[in-house]
Design a protein around this ligand. Structure first.
Ligand code: AP5
Ligand code: MG
Length: 212
């Protein structure tokens, strides 16, 4: 299964990616998590990415395309993978096609902008493994601690309300067009994201049904 999860910031891509990855035993490739790790480690890519991410803008296509190419060539991607947050622009999607990457399914998790703003204020993430939580809708078993790896949860730098507004604008201007791109290729399925996490997951698995 080679799956792309599309959706606005906060739509639930990371949350669903984690659930699907566990069920299908395939890795998740989240460019957001890879870039945040690079920023933490102050790598060359991290230095370039930081100001874009902090301002809610997209990191340049060539940087992201290089990261994904390297990551997909690793051994653990042979059985399939979930792309979370990439591609995010038409040139990124075109680069995947040009590299011969065959995608089985593209799922867009649909959530209205008004719902997103509420969600983001309650999000906490694990800086070690990237797992997302929500203080109300998806709390960790022990307050402030990641269920998966024991990391101490933090608030993401780009979850400030004004940055969330910018990220939503960028989504509508640059990323939403990917729905039409994959619709034309017959790969797109829409899933209602404004329902409990388990119900979204049921619908995501159903949308994959014919492919697994
Ligand atoms: P990235 O990390 O990909 O962020 P994003 O797309 O803005 O999406 P989020 O991670 O914020 O949201 P999500 O959809 O994963 O939602 P989550 O599951 O956490 O990218 C960050 C930045 O990196 C970008 O702005 C850009 O600068 C750069 N970047 C990354 N990839 C790039 C690329 N390809 N090209 C260029 N630049 C790139 O859920 C959100 C919250 O809601 C959580 O608290 C969760 O617990 C809760 N929640 C989830 N589902 C539900 C539900 N059904 N009901 C209630 N609450 C829910
Ligand atoms: Mg995410």
């Amino acid at each position: 299964m080679r799956l792309i999860l599309l959706g606005a910031p906060g739509a639930g891509k990371g949350t669903q990616a984690e659930l699907v990855a566990r069920k299908l035993n395939i890795p998740t490739i989240s460019t957001g998590n890879i870039l945040r790790e690079a920023i933490k480690n102050r790598t060359e890519v991290g230095v370039i990415a930081k100001s874009f991410i902090d301002n809610g803008m997209l990191v340049p296509d060539d940087v992201v395309i290089g990261i994904v190419r390297d990551r997909l060539s690793r051994e653990d991607c042979q059985k399939g993978y979930i792309l979370d947050g990439v591609p995010r622009t038409i040139p990124q999607a075109q680069a995947l096609l040009d590299q011969g990457v065959q995608i089985d399914r593209v799922i867009s998790i649909e959530v209205a902008d008004e719902v997103i703003a509420r969600r983001m204020s309650g999000r906490r993430v694990c800086p070690v493994c990237g797992a997302p939580y929500h203080i109300v809708s998806n709390p960790p078993k022990i307050e402030g601690i990641c269920n998966a790896c024991g990391g101490t949860l933090v608030t993401r730098n780009d979850d400030k309300p004004e940055t969330v507004v910018e990220r939503l604008t960028v989504y509508h201007e640059r990323t939403e067009a990917l729905k039409g791109f994959y619709e034309k290729l017959g790969k797109l399925r829409l899933v209602e994201g404004n329902q409990p996490i388990e119900d979204v997951n049921r619908d995501v698995m159903a949308a994959l049904g014919e492919e697994i």
